[in-house]
Design a protein around this ligand. Structure first.
Ligand code: PMV
Length: 314
């Protein structure tokens, strides 16, 4: 039996990170230029249920049953087996590779969960709906950071731009005028759970102020949605700048991210903001096909480790 594989995209949050944890809407889009890949090699001689994990990017090579039951991969394999109603997978080696920066706010964890689940489905010749796959990835997101909003697993499992609000059915967005963004990686690793916790503590100390910040971010996400659906996408630029200012105010930016945002703005971006949990990770700048290379090169000169230029459409 030949190897089976599946891939899943990265994502960026265009608007609304952090406030989405408090019930405000967020807008997120898949980024297909970088992807997680899960490859399954069958082991016909192996005992049923024996799964060897091989994830060189995170120096993990072991049998799955050596991991603790709360390890993200244990949770993932258990959730997938349960959804597929399979007590034990046939013996296999699961190789996971990814071109998505880890701990950079691009959804690398959710992309791995989605790619692995799809590869397991293909391996056993069964299918799950996008919603089922998203729910499996959500179980794993909970291991990574306790109280995730669910935006990462949703946008990655469906691979479509999404307007996401907790506890409300998500809506997919038709982008009227496709646009270009530059993504720049500060190279600083950041933990989503640490940043979410930081915001929670800041909000506890200043509840009224933070309620206003979250409402303002939600307003921006909702305005951005109507621009995306019916107007020229360059109008998103000022909203990105406003969203970045609010993210500074809630305490999730850092000098390196501010410098990259400033560089993007000064080198021709129509707007820029950090994306994801902050404290490190990536920023995005709104560009055009003509300005994207120049912005990316300025960002590299300003210290970005990698840049990605990508088109956002439906
Ligand atoms: O995984 P990240 O770094 O893209 O952050 C997710 C976005 C947050 O709003 C900060 C957390 C969440 O659960 O939505």
């Amino acid at each position: 039996m030949p190897a089976t594989y599946a891939t899943a995209p990265a994502k960026v949050i265009l608007f609304g990170e952090h406030a989405v944890v408090y019930g405000q809407p967020a807008l997120a889009v898949p980024v297909n230029k970088v992807r997680a890949k899960a490859t399954i090699f069958p082991d016909p001689q192996g005992a049923s249920g024996k799964i060897i994990l091989d994830a060189p990017d995170i120096q993990l090579h072991c049998e799955a049953n050596q991991l603790s039951t709360g390890h993200p991969f244990s949770v993932l394999l258990r959730a997938a087996a349960e959804a597929l109603n399979i007590p034990h997978f046939p013996a296999l080696t699961l190789r996971i590779t990814s071109t998505i920066p880890v701990a950079g706010g691009m959804g690398s964890g959710a992309a791995v969960s989605v790619a692995v689940t799809r590869a397991l489905c293909a391996f056993v010749g069964r299918s799950l709906t996008n919603q089922e796959i998203s729910e499996i990835a959500y179980q794993v997101e909970k291991v990574y950071h306790g109280n995730p909003s669910g935006v990462d697993n949703t946008v990655i499992a469906y691979n479509q731009p999404v307007y996401f609000q907790k506890n409300i059915p998500h809506e997919f967005i038709k982008v009227r005028n496709p646009f270009t963004i530059v993504i720049a990686d500060s190279g600083i690793k950041s933990s989503t759970s640490v940043m979410v916790e930081k915001v929670r503590k800041n909000a506890q100390s200043n509840p009224l102020e933070f309620e206003q910040y979250f409402n303002d971010i939600g307003q921006i996400a909702s305005q951005a949605r109507s621009i995306l659906e019916s107007q020229d996408s360059y109008l998103l630029g000022p909203l990105m700048n406003d969203n970045h200012r609010l993210l500074q105010q809630i305490g999730v930016s850092c000098p390196e991210l501010d410098q990259l945002v400033y560089t993007a703005q000064q080198s021709g971006a129509l707007g820029a903001k950090l994306c994801g949990a902050g404290g490190g990770g990536n920023i995005i700048g709104l560009a055009t096909e003509l300005t994207a290379e120049k912005i990316a090169s300025a960002l590299k000169d300003a210290g970005a480790q990698h840049t990605i230029i990508t088109k956002i459409d439906s």
